[in-house]
Design a protein around this ligand. Structure first.
Ligand code: CAA
Length: 276
């Protein structure tokens, strides 16, 4: 792969979009490689993914403007579909995906972060959908996911004005769950860069997810995602079925058995969740 790095540490996989010279902009090759990387994730061992961009400056600065600049209407529609197919694969990926947003998340960058389950960012992060300033609409799901994630009114304001927002505003409107600061000592020296601190926080969160019962985590993701697409009467049925599906698994027996164990020493033991 030229533009994607993938590494696994225990039960956590980290995907890095690695096209730093172009601020990790998404061209067709990046999208194809991302799709192939997701297909190759070993779901028997990996229980949570982190998605980030190479370097300290940019998460993803959008779809590749150079590649898009000469597209015909039909080609542009196909390019939108290519991005949407990969982002949907990410959104519906069986295990949780945390976006560690290390800088610019503009256009397709904001859109890919919104396809992840959870977004945390560094202090220097900047979010936005600047597409109308380029004469196009957001094309990788931005009109849909931003409206659902924040609110239709706020999404319309951001998209119509093409205004980019900094991390504190993204936090205030609920676009990111947390802002991670660089660590500085008493003399003002940087001990941990914004990116290092962000990746450490993302790693901790991912490890915290990975130690929970994997079947239950996957079922929770599916229940939330699928339930949001339908009305409440259908949504609670989706939950009932997924709730039921966790029972009689080894993890449910171990998890509940552990809680009910009378012996305090045994009760404190780590539950050996097994993905079955
Ligand atoms: N596509 C292609 N190349 C990009 C890019 C993009 N989206 N964003 C940055 N780059 C490239 C630049 O062309 C430049 O390349 P060269 O060194 O070869 O000239 C390199 O990355 C560094 O960029 P800058 O010199 O511009 O860096 P900067 O610090 O001055 O500015 C920036 C950073 C504000 C992010 C600026 O690069 C920028 O505005 N980028 C475009 C952001 C944008 O509009 N994104 C939306 C794209 S449209 C989209 O995503 C549609 C969709 O929904 C599918």
């Amino acid at each position: 792969m030229d533009f994607i790095l993938y590494e696994v540490n225990g039960a956590v996989g980290t995907i890095t979009i690695n096209r730093e010279k172009a601020l990790n902009a998404l061209n067709s090759q990046v999208l194809d490689e991302l799709s192939a990387t997701l297909d190759a994730v070993d779901l028997d061992t990996v229980r949570c993914l982190i998605l980030t961009g190479a370097g300290e400056k940019s998460f993803v600065a959008g779809a590749d403007i150079g590649e898009m600049s000469t597209l015909t209407k039909a080609e542009a529609e196909a390019f939108g579909k290519k991005g949407n197919d990969v982002f949907r694969k990410l959104e519906t990926f069986p295990i949780p995906v945390i976006a560690a947003v290390n800088g610019f998340a503009l256009g397709g960058g904001c859109e890919i972060s919104m396809s992840c389950d959870i977004r945390i960012c560094s202090e220097n992060a900047m979010f936005g959908q600047p597409e109308v300033g380029l004469g196009i609409t957001p094309g990788f799901g931005g009109t849909q996911r931003l409206a659902r994630l924040v609110s239709p009114g706020m999404a319309k304001q951001l998209i119509y004005t093409a205004r980019n927002i900094k991390a504190p505003e993204a936090y205030r409107i609920g676009l990111v769950n947390d802002i991670i600061k660089a660590e500085v000592d008493e003399q003002g020296n940087v001990v941990k860069s914004a990116k290092e601190a962000l990746m450490e926080a993302a790693g901790k969160m991912a490890a915290g997810i990975a130690k929970q019962a994997p079947i239950a985590v996957r079922a929770s993701k599916k229940a939330i995602n699928d339930g949001l697409q339908v009305d409440m009467d259908q949504a609670i049925v989706i939950e009932e079925k997924l709730f039921g599906s966790c029972f009689e698994t080894e993890d449910q027996k171990a998890g509940m058995g552990n809680f009910l164990e009378k012996d305090k020493e045994k009760k404190l033991k780590v539950v050996p969740f097994v993905n079955r």
